[in-house]
Design a protein around this ligand. Structure first.
Ligand code: ZN
Length: 263
């Protein structure tokens, strides 16, 4: 069984909610997907310590998805002496280090006056993946992932995930979109092949018909056919009052710490 828990349901600018992040548990794997600043607080609230997490998957480099990684790197290495496996593409992991983490993590003075530069591999076991193909997170575990490139921000490498114990069975597969603009083809397929579709949603249009939006808007999603809308669980929202998603034909807004099980 896959147990998927929302550690955060909020957007990048939320003050009420934690930023979007999920915990995926299956067999011996406890994997966090995305790692904003609140992630350590959220896993503690859930009842785990960092040394109980086995993997972290990064979907893209916006701060609400990676802002907590520096603390995670330092705490796992020096407090817990625990090696986490960090999963993404080779290009995304390169940019994660060079453009984001290196500033705070390159030098740590392991002994007085030590100037040895550190690399991402000094903190994590890096697992690079191919996209648009299913892969097992571990050879002897059933959990599989399928990373699909998203249309989020032009030239910003971003992936959504299908998460499954058996991709041929709808009841054992979950679609987690991460950050994306509206992708009608993805959703039409997703509702057929996935038990749950967990979808990014901003509560407002950016410009007419959301033409400047980098997330699907609630208004765009409202125009989808009811047979698709009824399967959509929405997250990544801001602090303004939530509309009545169920009255509007959606499965609903996801709550902090809400759980989705495949069985
Ligand atoms: Zn983003």
């Amino acid at each position: 069984m896959i147990k998927l828990t929302f550690l955060g349901v909020g957007s990048a600018f939320t003050r009420k909610n934690s930023t979007s992040s999920i915990l995926v548990e299956c067999g011996k794997i406890k994997m966090i997907v995305d790692c904003g600043v609140p992630v350590l607080k959220s896993i503690a609230e859930y009842g785990l310590t960092l040394d109980q997490i086995t993997h972290i998957f990064i979907t893209h480099l916006h701060a609400d998805h990676i802002g907590g990684l520096e603390q995670v790197a330092l705490q796992s290495r020096f407090t817990h002496q625990h090696r986490l496996k960090l999963i993404s593409t080779d290009t995304l992991l390169d940019r994660l280090w060079e453009c984001s983490l290196k500033g705070g993590l390159e030098f740590v003075e392991l002994t007085p006056n030590d100037k040895t530069p550190q690399t991402l591999s000094d903190y994590f076991d890096c697992m690079t993946i191919e996209t648009e193909t299913w892969f097992h997170v571990e050879d002897d575990e059933p959990l599989q992932l399928y990373a699909r490139p998203n249309n989020h921000v032009l030239n910003l490498e971003t992936y959504g995930l299908e998460i499954s114990e058996d991709p041929t069975e709808r009841e054992k597969t979950i679609l987690f979109t991460s950050d994306t603009r509206l992708d009608k083809t993805l959703l039409a397929n997703g509702v057929k092949t996935c038990k749950y579709v967990l979808h990014d949603c901003q509560l407002f249009n950016s410009g007419e018909d959301n033409k400047f939006g980098v997330h699907a808007s609630y208004q765009e999603l409202q125009k989808l056919p009811p047979e698709i809308r009824q399967h959509l669980w929405l997250y990544h929202f801001g602090d303004t009052p939530l509309p009545d998603a169920q009255a509007d034909g959606f499965a609903g807004f996801i709550e902090h710490m809400q759980v989705f099980n495949t069985e």
